[in-house]
Design a protein around this ligand. Structure first.
Ligand SMILES: Nc1ncnc2c1ncn2[C@@H]1O[C@H](COP(=O)(O)OP(=O)(O)OP(=O)(O)O)[C@@H](O)[C@H]1O
Length: 386
């Protein structure tokens, strides 16, 4: 079965299981992959219908399945150039005015992948994003870009390589008009402009907000607008600085899933690097996590380093109502190596042979009232708590 057929089948299953909200978002991703304006118009019609009939789920599903069937008849040009779009070799950046220094950093960034950029405050996340975005000149090392076509002007570069900073600028007029303005710079006909913009409005869940002004949108919807504006330009490399700031927990999950799905497009995959303090959420969708410590990072995928060797030690975070001594007693038979209490939660380090389920079993057997626990053995969270 081809990747496309698998995707269509996945969408079909979402509707079959009545996961209609997720199913519809995935259906729209398949629609975007067709690049077909008639399909876009069908999605726009269904979205409009849905906003007028929010409670008629069965008819909504019927309409969606009809679009899905039409999509399945359209040949999709599958993108298959997965060589790195950016390669950074030993890049560094110093500001001169202070002692902070970024790098050396070694990275290889590919389309269709999501890279989570994490690290404590002031460790250089924004600096790295701005260097990759060519907003800041790096001090030393090599930075090579390999876009699909030659970039001749700054305008072309800014279409392919988009950086969205933490604080975005205010705009004037309606959301929809601002999006249409983006495409008008690309010489697209008015009808096609309208269709493409409305399709993007549908995809980013902005249908009910399309006539609103900047001041009328919440921070989350402002971020969605910025994404819509960016995606209309069909970037190859997208750099987002803290896109989750100001979003509630549910909105964070939805936007991350949306971003992952959009970056995984069959027809137009995007390489996405996003910085965030929301470790677990970001790790969940990232193909790779870039952890900056004192401004340094080395892509150690294939090398057996201290970090990879350390992976096997079981590290667990626990929030529970239990005295330290008692917890120590419970964990000692499980080859506890270290128990750290940081005032809020315990972090327990066990021997490599200890399994997470054994820890859960021990806590259960002693009827410990656990509020929260997580195995952080493979999470970059282990660097933050150590
Ligand atoms: N324009 C600048 N001139 C001088 N120093 C700067 C400049 N921008 C950032 N720095 C310094 O570089 C260091 C890294 O900052 P950066 O904003 O890249 O970190 P960050 O990881 O994004 O931090 P945060 O999580 O707080 O956003 C800090 O010490 C900061 O003071």
């Amino acid at each position: 079965m081809s990747t496309l057929e698998k995707r269509l089948q996945e969408v079909y299953r979402f509707f079959e299981n009545k996961d209609t909200v997720l199913g519809y978002r995935k259906l729209m991703d398949c629609a975007l992959d067709t690049q077909n304006l008639e399909i876009y118009n069908q999605i726009i019609e269904v979205t409009d219908w849905k906003s007028k009939h929010p409670d008629n789920e069965s008819e909504f599903i019927t309409k969606c399945l009809k679009v899905l069937e039409d999509i399945s008849k359209i040949p999709i040009e599958v993108y298959n150039n997965f060589k790195p779009i950016v390669t950074a070799t030993n890049i560094t950046k110093s500001y001169g005015s202070n002692s902070f220094s970024l790098g050396p950093i070694n990275l290889s960034i590919k389309k269709g992948n999501v890279y989570g950029l994490v690290g404590e405050n002031g460790n250089g996340k924004t600096t790295l994003l701005r260097v990759l975005a060519k907003e800041l000149k790096h001090t030393s090392g090599n930075l090579n870009y390999d876009f699909d076509s030659k970039v001749n002007t700054d305008f072309e570069l800014r279409s392919k390589l988009v950086y969205i900073p933490q604080r975005t600028q205010k705009w004037y007029g309606s959301l929809k008009d601002n999006l249409k303005f983006v495409l008008s710079n690309y010489g697209i006909s008015p009808e096609e402009n309208e269709t493409r913009v409305l399709m993007m409005i549908c995809r980013l869940g902005l249908w009910d907000y399309k006539h609103l002004k900047w001041s009328e949108l919440s921070s989350g919807y402002k971020m969605r607008f910025e994404l819509a504006r960016t995606l209309l330009r069909q970037p190859e490399l997208l750099l987002l600085d803290e896109p989750l700031a100001n979003l509630d927990v549910l909105a964070q999950q939805v936007i991350l899933e949306d971003l992952k799905s959009i970056c995984n497009s069959l027809n137009h995959p995007i390489a996405l690097i996003l910085s965030s303090q929301q470790l677990y959420e970001v790790e969940k969708v990232s193909d790779k996590v870039i952890y900056l410590k004192n401004g340094k990072y080395t892509d150690n995928n294939n090398s057996e380093t201290e970090e990879t060797a350390e992976k096997n030690q079981l590290i667990i975070e626990i929030d529970c109502h239990c005295e330290r001594e008692k917890l120590q007693q419970i964990f000692n038979p499980l080859q506890l190596e270290k128990l750290v209490f940081n005032g809020g939660i315990y972090v327990a380090y066990f021997d490599t042979n200890t399994q997470f389920y054994q820890v859960l079993e021990a806590l259960g057997n002693h009827q410990i009232d656990v509020t929260y626990t997580r195995n952080i053995t493979k999470s970059t969270r282990r660097f933050f708590v150590s």
